[in-house]
Design a protein. Structure first.
Lengths: 117, 116
């Protein structure tokens, strides 16, 4: 079963609008981290924002913010004032302890965003 | 921002041959990772590596796979022998520390491997 689920495979908006990308996850761990990455056309995965399971702070980084609903195991990425350069594929990722005591980062399937001028 | 470089960007190889994918991580990073993404599918964890040792590997990390970082040079993923199902894009990542310490992973652009 998938541990990180991004329901929408595609999304499109007009320039200047705001967008929320949803992500749900499964974990039995108390301590974990959630990340949002953007996959560029060059292939590079760029870190956008992070949410720690232990934090109640509303994380924000520039035009990116998250809505973290821990009880629902949901982490949404909000992008405000969309620009055409925001077009790309956005991945949600869960970092949780593995059985051996190490950690691993598990990705969702991504949402392809198109921002139209 | 910090850059992870991967060489080669593309490689086509005959089934059964050996391939080495090279990763030049961010200079002061200590943790290294490989991920595999088959076309149209999710990116999946293969292995992470710290202090010269594999810390964790997934079931996708077959016996034919090995990783090393000799003398602080490239972090490499070697597949020997290759199989058709190894065709994928392989992403390398590095981080200064583990995420619970406030660190994040930086990914390279990927190495596209085609096994024929």
């Amino acid at each position: 079963a998938q541990k990180v689920i991004q329901v929408w495979s595609t999304a499109s908006r007009q320039e200047g609008e705001e967008l929320t990308l949803d992500c749900s996850y499964e974990t039995s761990q108390v301590l974990y981290h959630l990340f949002w990455y953007k996959h560029l056309l060059s292939g590079e995965m760029v870190f956008l924002i992070r949410q720690m399971s232990s934090s109640t702070a509303k994380e924000r980084s520039g035009r990116y913010s998250v809505v973290f609903q821990k009880s629902l195991k949901s982490i949404s990425l909000v992008i405000s004032a969309l620009q055409p350069d925001d077009s790309g594929k956005y991945f949600c990722a869960l970092w949780e302890p593995a059985s051996s005591g190490s950690w691993q980062l598990i990705f969702g399937s991504g949402t392809q965003l198109t921002v139209m001028p | 921002g910090p850059k992870v470089l991967q060489i080669p960007s593309h490689q086509i190889i005959d089934m059964g041959q050996m391939v080495t994918l090279n990763c030049d991580p961010v200079s002061n990073h200590l943790y290294f990772y490989w991920y595999k993404q088959i076309l149209g599918q999710q990116m999946e964890f293969l292995v992470n590596f710290y202090n010269g040792k594999v810390m964790e590997k997934s079931k996708l990390f077959k016996d034919q796979f090995s990783v090393e970082r000799p003398d602080g040079s490239y972090f490499t993923l070697k597949i020997q022998p290759t199989a058709l199902e190894d065709s994928a894009v392989y992403f390398c990542a590095s981080s200064l520390g583990l995420p619970f310490s406030g660190n994040t992973l930086y990914f390279g652009e990927g190495s596209r491997l085609i096994v024929v």
